[in-house]
Design a protein around this ligand. Structure first.
Ligand SMILES: C[S@@+](CC[C@H](N)C(=O)[O-])C[C@H]1O[C@@H](n2cnc3c(N)ncnc32)[C@H](O)[C@@H]1O
Length: 228
């Protein structure tokens, strides 16, 4: 990964709770976030001290805090003007307007950056990339993947999606992915073939409504686990 290709844009713990319908029990278990980037999910949840284990894995964590902070600075205005241009594609209830969205994202990334060095030292931020994860089988109860799979349908092949889903299911009992829409706000073309493959491999796979909809029509996650 090259730093100039990175567009750092991270969500909060409150958004993760809503996107993945996280229960208290979910938050107390062994949790893995794949592609958490500069989200404040890990920092905020770690501060509450209730999770048995909490790890985020992302190729971004190859870079230092100041390098990531500089990239946030460089890209922030461009992202916000893109959001302003495509205002009607989003539902403005959770965030009142693009400026409120920008302020929330900057706040999340500030919380992440403040925690980053300590989190790296504690093994909460690990360098790694799907479709291969540096963990043993079933090290985690729940694996979350936000705004990576399905969103980047045009960039990431169906084979990459399947290999990534199977790898997350190798290391965790259950996997949840949000959103299921691509960047054009269409249901990802990879979703149906991935559901079929997972079900034929005897996984239990469901599409579940969640209390978070920012992309219009995007209020659903994929939940997959092993059949008992
Ligand atoms: C749009 S950001 C989403 C960040 C965070 N999950 C959130 O929702 O706020 C996508 C993230 O995926 C990471 N990423 C890209 N390729 C990846 C891969 N192969 N495996 C894991 N993460 C990857 C990027 O570095 C980036 O941090």
């Amino acid at each position: 990964m090259q730093l100039h290709e990175v567009v750092p844009w991270g969500r909060s713990l409150d958004e993760y709770r809503a996107m993945f319908a996280l229960s208290e029990t979910d938050q107390q278990g062994r949790l893995l976030g794949c592609g958490d980037g500069p989200a404040s999910f890990n920092a905020e949840l770690a501060a509450l001290g209730k999770s048995e284990r909490l790890v985020s894995v992302d190729p971004l964590y190859f870079f230092t805090g100041p390098e990531i902070a500089a990239r946030v600075e460089e890209t922030y205005k461009t992202i916000i003007s893109q959001v302003k241009r495509s205002h009607s594609r989003y539902i403005w209830t959770y965030f009142a307007d693009p400026d409120a969205l920008g302020a929330a994202r900057l706040q999340a990334m500030k919380i992440f950056l403040k925690d980053y060095e300590a989190g790296r030292a504690e093994g909460r931020y690990l360098v790694g990339a799907l479709p291969e994860l540096p963990f043993k089988d079933r090290e985690f109860d729940l694996c979350l993947c936000s705004h990576l799979l399905f969103l980047y349908t045009a960039q990431l092949s169906v084979d990459f999606h399947l290999a990534s889903m199977l790898e997350m299911l190798r290391v965790a009992q259950e996997v949840r992915v949000f959103p299921l829409l691509d960047l054009d706000l269409q249901r990802s073309a990879h979703l149906a073939p991935i559901l079929a493959e997972l079900r034929s491999a005897n996984f239990h796979a469901d599409i579940v409504d969640v209390p978070y909809e920012f992309q219009k029509g995007g209020g659903q996650m994929l939940r997959v686990n092993r059949r008992p």
